[in-house]
Design a protein around this ligand. Structure first.
Ligand code: URA
Ligand code: SF4
Length: 197
């Protein structure tokens, strides 16, 4: 198993796909390596490409608001993307880019061993849950696979484009908190879990 530091170094120097030619900074996942919950989004935007950190731009603000709504912050969770480099003009990552990059997410998952994985948006949900996953129809629902709870919620940038989605997203986050409490109880801990820092 690789350490987070080693994985970050691989990602920073990676040239497994053509996004390496156009990126500014590669964006390795970040957060609490001992957290039972991992959020997976799509790909870095232009702020993240500049900062090298996930969700530092406007959609990061929406994400933080949703996290704060359930009493959590970035130190309580691990946050990463399917693809670690910014696709030019924010286009969707290509299938070959996702395939080239998924190895890093696999290593992150081995390292974090999350009990709950939350996909942020359709791209992550279709890569992680099911390739025909329908986010509008299925968001907020949980399924259990290989010792892990999986769910998906609207991507924060979808909420920015359509603020009417915020209420549904808040309801989905309430469900995430409920699942988190369940998992914490199984682990013999009560919420907030403060012993994994
Ligand atoms: N959008 C994403 O999907 N990921 C980020 O890190 C930032 C914006
Ligand atoms: Fe490597 Fe992933 Fe960046 Fe492509 S997107 S260059 S596979 S880190």
């Amino acid at each position: 198993m690789y350490t987070h530091e080693e994985l970050k170094k691989f990602v920073d120097n990676c040239s497994r796909c053509p996004l390496s030619h156009t990126r500014g900074k590669a964006v390795m996942g970040k957060g609490n390596l001992k957290s039972p919950i991992m959020f997976v989004a799509e790909a870095p935007g232009s702020s993240e490409d500049r900062d090298g950190i996930p969700f530092t731009g406007p959609s990061g603000g929406v994400f933080d608001q949703l996290l704060e709504g359930i009493g959590m912050n970035r130190q309580d969770i691990y946050l990463t993307n399917i693809v670690k480099c910014h696709p030019p003009r924010n286009r969707d990552p290509l299938p070959e880019e996702k395939e080239a990059c998924i190895v890093y997410l696999k290593h992150e998952t081995l390292l974090i061993r999350p009990r709950i994985i939350v996909c942020l948006g359709r791209t992550a949900a279709q890569r992680i849950i099911r390739d025909d996953y329908r986010i509008t129809r299925e968001h907020g629902m949980f399924l259990y696979r290989k010792n892990t709870w999986l769910t998906a919620v609207y991507h924060p940038s979808a909420i920015l484009r359509d603020p009417a989605k915020m209420d549904e997203a808040k309801a989905d986050f309430a469900g995430i908190l409920e699942k988190y409490r369940e998992v914490a109880q199984e682990m013999g801990q009560s919420f907030p879990i403060d012993s994994f820092s």
